[in-house]
Unconditional design. Sequence first.
Length: 570
Amino acid sequence: MPISLGELATNFGCELIGDPDTIVRDVASLSNAHSESLTFLSSSSYLGQLSSTKAAVVVLRAEDAAACPVAALISDNPYASYARMAALICPEPVYEPGIHASAVVADSAVIAKNVHVAANAVIGERTSIGENSYVGPGTVIGPDCNVGDNCRFVANVTVVKNVRIGSRGLFHPGAVIGSDGFGNAMTPDGWVKVPQFGGVSIGNDVEIGANTTIDRGAMGDTVIEDGVRIDNLCHLAHNVRIGEHTAIAALSGFAGSTTIGKRCMFAGNSGAVGQVNVCDDVVVMAQSVLSKDITEPGTYSAGPIDGQGQETRRMIHATAIIADTAKVADDVEIGAYCVIGDHVEIGSGTKIDSHVVINGPTKIGEDNHIYQFASIGDDPQDKKYAGEATRLTIGDRNTIREFCTVSRGTTQDIGETVIGDDNWIMAYCHIAHDCFIGSKIIMANNTTLAGHVHLDDWVICGGFSGVHQFCRVGVHAFLGMYTGVNRDVPAYTLVSGQPAVPKGINSEGLKRRDFSTDQIRNIKNAYRLVYRKGLKLAEAVEELEAVVAEQQELVPFLESLRSSERGIVR
């Protein structure tokens, strides 16, 4: 529905910056919007898209308005304001009242005059449907049900029997409301089904996702209070009670007689065992299971949670395997199906995503993030390795992305692989045995380091680059994409090719590291002395030694020339 910015500002209580007569006709994302689109910004993650948006107007917070190149509607809650505006601009379709010829409606059912009953729907005995409701194709609403006004059953929803639904409910395809609870009593002769005599009571403004199931009570009702949002593929067993305005994400499950308070949030694949009571304003993180009552508001995670009421719990997924000899700090997060082996130490603030394997002896510092399917600290890929207890040491604040492999050391070297601090190691990288990785290094995807490689601080390795065993790459050096290094790379040097050849110095990297213009010029002159003047390496070193006292930035370059054992790239 076309509407002016002035009307939007007035109707939804927003401050308008822009022309009130501008018309919007649809909604879109920041990146896809056009000159008649409404969009919104509620997360700083999308700030980069704001400057280039082509929208007619952006709903955002006051602090982001200065960066907005188009009209702005200022709101304290941009996402909620956008949702209300979008519902007005793009309303749900309106269906003509009536009952399709293929629908089956019981004689005792009471259907309001402006209800639409679609093809193949079934409405049972003594059931009533309120004003302006929509009963979609294939939906079955059984006997003794009461549906309020303005409800929408999208398609193939099943409401079994004895279900009371308030107004403005939204039920997505495949939802099943009011089926038997899972009640069975064991006897010497097997299971005896326990009759389920209760119903389901659903409040106003409730949304139930696709293929979600809500069982009726065994005695008394299963209760969903006003404003609850339940995602797809969730299950609520008999006599569960969900407090008003609680939100439950997909694949969550709640066993019988669980009571959840108001304004709670359950992330995906979470839930509770039977008869647990949860107070108001609780947040439960993904894949967490409540096994005891929660009596204090806060954020809870891990599986299972013991319910002692601390604001943030130790986050170790129930499926993770932690060796008895492993030492894991209290606030470490360990995802599903991880394996933490013997003699592994993991420091505070580190996050281990799902399916990571860490074997020891390995020591990992603080605030690291290791992504899915990484293999850390496994045996070195060296035929001479005979099971010795060699080590891997990883410092602080490193990021190790998906499918990376890092081996422990061998006794042919110092017996230890070392990774420093603040490194960014992208997906599919391999760090072999006895490597020494400094700090603040970037290894782009598929970088491969053979055994005994030494990377000094601030090195950048382009994607698919590789370094031969025993090579050393000096501080601030840059390896281009697909580069194959088979000799030492002096500090500051940019190399590329297979085999690697010098192309200059890493000028851009030095600028970003706040090297001065004079320092960069001196480094360039030193590089030319080694690579452009036709001097033997010993002659170039001698000339550099004459000026290094006054040009201290040349010390790393000179030392990498002096210490090279494999010879430098030429």
